[in-house]
Design a protein around this ligand. Structure first.
Ligand code: XMP
Length: 511
């Protein structure tokens, strides 16, 4: 295990990704993690992340300097490197000019983390800092210099402690992975053995150990990638002692219910309860147009339904959830509270209310690792590479009142978009592509008659994590086909518009 201590950098998750790409297992923990816990984890190496503070500020997070006494290699990045300098007897100051963006570093000494380079080699790197080191701690030497500082990369070869003012984890530092590889393999002596595949066997064994022979687990299966992989993994561990509950909430897409039931019951032989609660959800949504209100209603009814169904499962003690690593970091890491833009639908309140213990087998994985794990488990490609779909479903894509009639119109239009995007072979390169039904009527003409019908907005975005997104410039002929098919095949829509807003300032969903 490589331990990454997070001091609040926006790039901390990227460090973890880069290390896992080298097939080394790592975890991010907040910099406030007590030293006893650090010792108990017995990390083979520690990485100190960047962060927004200055080490000399009052109240700046300084971590526990005893990490330097663990006897394992330490790499400090940006703020982390300043922390090494300051903690071990060097000096850090406010820099006269902030350094932000591309810079060049010349290799002074090709050793330690620079082992894979040659003397005088020039590296393109990405800087983002406002402080500089003016004196190195005793025993440390410069290994790389930039135009701005003689202490751009430094280290103590005996102690195996290194600092970098720049960010090796970002793509703008093209040789960054060589530096991280040197740190992991040459300096620390790790081997590249970790894979999501090797991970699944361990995860299955861990679940089997935890759930006793008479105990049962329940899982809310949505048909999305995360809950599906979590369910299949758990099923491998405890078989029929896992009951999956799939709720048809009336705001799913065309054919979705049949597909989920067929896949999990017939292919995977999961013990699946599929409950048709369409009416209950749609009754609760009747007359509601406010987005937050819709989200709250769906969240609440879902919990009610789930509780009722789970209560029928005898001996249920555990709740299986497909929580991913980025969700975990969001909640534990070293960050201030952020504003609630939309109340996301999840089953967060369930475990306490139902007195269930959580099993979150994917807690340590990134999305692409979950997909790889799913592949190892023999899950179908189409299921693993589905675009994300929000918990409140079509309700938040059916602007205005959610009625069965309008849902049917939206479903038909949406399935045209999906099939055309798939035919154009764009489905997997696009983060999400879908339709939004707008309660805006306009006049049209069809044949010899006048129409007065609603508008459909088509949206397609690219994104890495859903936090930011860019609208996709779909080819005009594809847009034309989508538009033609929708107005010709879907009664109730006579106008199609394309959403060309990115996030921010827009969000991906319209509600
Ligand atoms: P926004 O609209 O906030 O969406 O830009 C970001 C991503 O989150 C998805 N989304 C949700 N996912 N429950 C979910 O599980 C929700 O309530 C929810 N709301 C939005 C959205 O589809 C996009 O991928």
């Amino acid at each position: 295990l490589v331990l990454i201590l997070d001091f609040g950098s926006q790039y901390t998750q990227l460090i973890a990704r880069r290390i896992r790409e080298q097939r080394v297992y790592c975890e991010i923990h907040p910099c406030t993690l007590p030293i006893e816990k650090v010792r108990a984890m017995a990390p083979r190496a520690v990485i100190l992340s960047g962060g927004p503070s200055s080490t000399y500020d009052e109240g700046a997070p300084l971590g526990d300097p005893r990490v330097f006494d663990l006897g394992v290699p330490v790499l400090g990045i940006c703020y982390g490197s300043n922390l090494i300098a300051q903690s071990l007897g060097g000096k850090v100051e406010h820099a006269p000019a902030r350094e932000y963006g591309a810079a060049r570093v010349v290799v002074e000494r090709p050793e330690g983390i620079f082992h894979r380079f040659s003397k005088r080699e020039t590296l393109d790197v990405w800087m983002s800092h406002g402080d500089r080191i003016v004196a190195l701690p005793p025993g440390f030497t410069t290994i790389g210099v930039s135009g701005n500082t003689a202490f751009c990369a430094f280290g103590n070869v005996e102690r195996k402690v290194y600092g970098l003012q720049f960010h090796p984890e970002v793509v703008h530092t093209p040789r960054g992975s060589d530096i991280l590889a040197s740190f992991l393999f040459d300096v620390t002596g790790l081997s590249p053995t970790w894979t999501p595949g090797s991970w699944t066997d361990e995860a299955i064994a861990a679940i089997r150990d935890r759930v006793g022979p008479d105990e049962h687990a329940v899982c809310g299966l949505s048909g999305g990638v995360d809950s599906s992989v979590a369910a299949v993994l758990c099923h491998k561990a405890i078989g029929d002692r896992l009951t999956c509950i799939f709720v048809d909430n009336g705001v799913l897409r065309e054919g979705e219910v049949e597909q989920v039931v067929a896949t999990f019951r017939e292919n995977f032989h999961l013990n699946l309860i599929a409950v048709d609660e369409k009416k209950r959800f749609l009754d609760a949504l009747r007359g509601v147009t406010d987005p937050e209100q819709k989200r709250k209603i769906i969240g609440k009814v879902f919990i009610d339904v789930f509780e009722e169904q789970a209560a029928k499962v005898k001996g249920a003690r555990y709740l299986v959830q497909g929580t991913l690593y980025p969700d975990v970091i969001e909640s534990v890491s070293f960050k201030g509270p952020s504003a609630v833009i939309k109340s996301h639908h999840n089953v967060g309140g369930l475990p306490e209310r139902m007195k269930l213990e959580l099993i979150e087998p994917l807690r340590e994985l990134f999305k692409d690792e979950v997909r790889a794990a799913g592949q190892t488990l023999g899950m179908p490609h189409d299921l693993l590479f589905r675009q994300p779909f929000p918990g409140p479903g079509l309700a938040i894509r059916c602007l205005g009142e959610v009625t069965p009639e309008r849902l049917e119109v939206l479903r038909a239009a949406d399935s045209i978009v999906t099939s055309e995007i798939q035919k154009a072979d764009l489905y997997e390169t696009i983060w999400q592509s879908f339709c939004v039904l707008l309660p805006v009527r306009s006049v049209g003409v069809m044949g010899d008659g006048r129409t007065y019908e609603e508008t459909c907005a088509v949206r397609a975005v690219r994104s890495v994590d859903g936090m930011t997104a860019d609208w996709v410039p779909l080819p005009y002929d594809l847009l034309a086909r989508i538009s033609n098919r929708i107005v010709n095949e879907v009664r109730g829509i006579n106008r199609v518009v394309y959403d060309i807003s990115s996030k921010p300032p827009a969000t991906i969903e319209w509600e």
